[in-house]
Ligand binder design. Structure first.
Ligand code: ATP
Length: 350
């Protein structure tokens, strides 16, 4: 039996993580959940959005299923964390909860499959890509400063070591998944040093992989091609910020943010979370689509060797989508989060 740390998060997080939990438990997977509180509720109850108990749990389980957590815009919002580090307690500061978790747990790659399911309305029928986003560098270092009252600057960091690590990870998982083409995405024509290093390093690492074709695109051209012919792409490898933006664009190709799952991997930990944020506008209304979080849980199950349970959940979800009776409004239906979840659980039982 594997224990998974469950972080409900903010906004629609508690609703969609409850849905994913119910579906996993109904699938017969040998998994139990340990719930910890992060985000706004933790801030209210414990005076910090990311209490030490969260790290204590994940450091034990090495696995987390995380709902979205909200990051306030602008201002001087920082997340101060305390984490056991041997006999002492380490204290550090990060720009958001998501970044704190990724950095502290060394989650250097974010994997986002983008697959069109029959029954989900979209402009395209045949989209099946995997996005590999570098997760620890780039403009997400959080190093910014006011140069003077009317000027701000941010620091973008790209390292050969970080790029090699994420490229190797992408190539290894492509070989496991039987995928054949990787497109390195960059803006090296303008950012000659940072993106230039990313492009050169990734090309160098990828050039000798048997069975894998390597090409590259400038990020703006890639965006245009993706919205015109997404079926032309197989796997994308991107630095952190382009990866974030292109992931949302890609979610739009397959039915929107409600359907796009994700996973973050590091040397020891794995954390699974949907691409979408906390969507406060629809929170607490039983309106959120649970699919992205359920598919994130499916990725978790595959990661821990529960492929049978993962297949059963994907099959049950696909059936509910095809029937089109119990689907949420973003998918063109009128069911709530709970009714859609109940329909998937029902299919798992029969
Ligand atoms: P945050 O500040 O946490 O990023 P946000 O609302 O700005 O939250 P997202 O949550 O990513 O950003 O979502 C943008 C919009 O997409 C939401 O307002 C909502 O309309 C829609 N959306 C996102 N996730 C879902 C979902 N699971 N089901 C239905 N609609 C969703």
């Amino acid at each position: 039996m594997r224990t998974v740390t469950l972080i409900p998060g903010d906004g629609i997080g508690p609703e969609v993580t409850a849905a994913a939990q119910a579906v996993v438990l109904a699938s017969g997977a040998a998994v139990s959940f340990e719930e910890v509180i992060a985000g706004q509720r933790a801030e209210r109850e414990h005076g910090t959005p990311l209490p030490k108990a969260v790290f204590d749990s994940i450091d034990r389980t090495r696995l987390a299923l995380k709902g979205p957590t909200q990051t306030p815009f602008g201002g001087d919002y920082r997340v101060n964390i305390e984490r056991a580090d041997g006999p002492r307690v380490a204290k550090r500061t990060h720009p958001s909860i998501a970044i704190a978790l990724r950095k502290e747990l060394g989650l250097f790659v974010n994997v986002r499959p983008v697959k069109k399911y029959p029954g989900v309305a979209s402009r395209f029928e045949h989209v099946d890509l995997v996005i590999f986003r570098e997760n620890s560098e780039d403009l997400y270092t959080g190093i910014e400063r006011m140069v003077d009252e009317g000027t701000a600057e941010a620091i973008k960091i790209i390292s050969a070591r970080g790029t090699e690590r994420v490229t190797r990870y992408a190539l290894d998982s492509m070989q496991r998944l039987g995928r054949r083409r990787i497109t390195i995405v960059h803006k090296a024509n303008v950012l000659k040093m940072t993106d230039g290093l990313f492009l050169r390093t990734a090309q160098e690492v990828a050039k000798d992989r048997p069975g894998i074709t390597v090409d590259q695109r400038v990020v703006d051209a890639l965006c245009m091609e993706l919205v015109m012919r997404p079926e032309d792409y197989d796997c994308l490898l991107l630095p952190n910020l382009y990866g974030d933006i292109v992931s949302d664009l890609a979610a739009g190709l397959i039915g929107g943010l409600g359907v796009a799952p994700g996973a973050n991997f590091g040397p020891e930990h794995a954390m699974f979370e949907a691409v979408h944020g906390s969507a406060p506008g629809i929170a607490g209304q039983d309106a959120a689509n649970p699919m992205a979080m359920i598919l994130s849980a499916v990725m978790l199950l595959r990661h821990i060797g529960e492929a049978g349970a993962a297949d059963r959940i994907e099959g049950a979800l696909a059936q509910v989508l095809r029937e089109g009776r119990a689907i949420t409004s973003d998918l063109g239906g009128s069911a709530g989060t709970r009714a859609m979840t109940a329909a998937i659980v029902e299919k798992l039982k029969t």
